[in-house]
Ligand binder design. Structure first.
Ligand code: FE
Length: 202
């Protein structure tokens, strides 16, 4: 049996076994240390879409902050304490009544970690990555977001150099809400552009 055939017919290792093997290989090669992994796991707890929601709420309530966010989202997010790996090149995309923005990474699954958190499974799926580019309106509708045909949809591809976040429209009837209450209306899906900000609960 050739080595190639052997490789193809050998039973596959479980995900857990592959994770351990990959980790050991990287440590053996001197590419990472156990301490790096611990630090990463610790930092990852701070990367949450709630951070992006707070950024959006501030942009809705503070015109100067909104201007800084649209000018340079990396530094505006850092102002609020949201910075770190995969957050070096954040660009904020503001929805308008006639233009809706949505984010994808067709190559893999990039998100701006400090403000969106690690990517959800659906964002990583080949179906989302391939289809949202070709038929965004239909994909959004399937995900529960029905946009009027009057609203243009702009799809933005993240890359190693640019990580986007969407600033959704501020819902009607939220004039009296505090910044914290406004942040609660903004989901991770809204920050990616596959949902709108939620209406306020009465
Ligand atoms: Fe990616």
């Amino acid at each position: 049996m050739s080595e190639e055939t052997d490789r193809n017919t050998r039973p596959k290792a479980s995900i857990e076994q592959r994770v351990v093997a990959t980790k050991e290989a990287l440590i053996d090669a001197g590419r990472i240390t156990e301490a790096d992994l611990d630090q990463f796991a610790h930092m990852a707890q701070d990367w949450r879409p709630e951070n992006g929601a707070k950024v959006v709420a501030r942009a809705w309530t503070d015109p100067d902050f909104r201007a800084r966010l649209l000018e340079d989202a990396t530094s505006a997010c850092a102002e609020m304490g949201y910075a770190g790996p995969q957050g070096e090149y954040i660009v904020a995309l503001e929805d308008t009544p006639d233009r809706h923005n949505v984010i994808v990474c067709t190559q893999c699954s990039c998100t701006a970690w400090p403000v969106l958190g690690l990517p959800p499974d659906w964002y990583k799926s080949p179906a989302y990555r391939a289809r949202v580019v070709r038929e965004p309106r239909r994909v959004l509708r399937e995900m529960g977001l029905q946009l009027s045909n009057e609203v243009a949809i702009r799809v933005w591809e993240t890359s190693a150099e640019t990580r986007y976040m969407v600033i959704p429209l501020r819902p009607e009837g939220t004039q009296s809400l505090t910044e914290d209450a406004l942040a609660n209306l903004v989901s991770r899906e809204a920050l990616i552009g596959v949902a709108l900000a939620n209406p306020p609960t009465r």
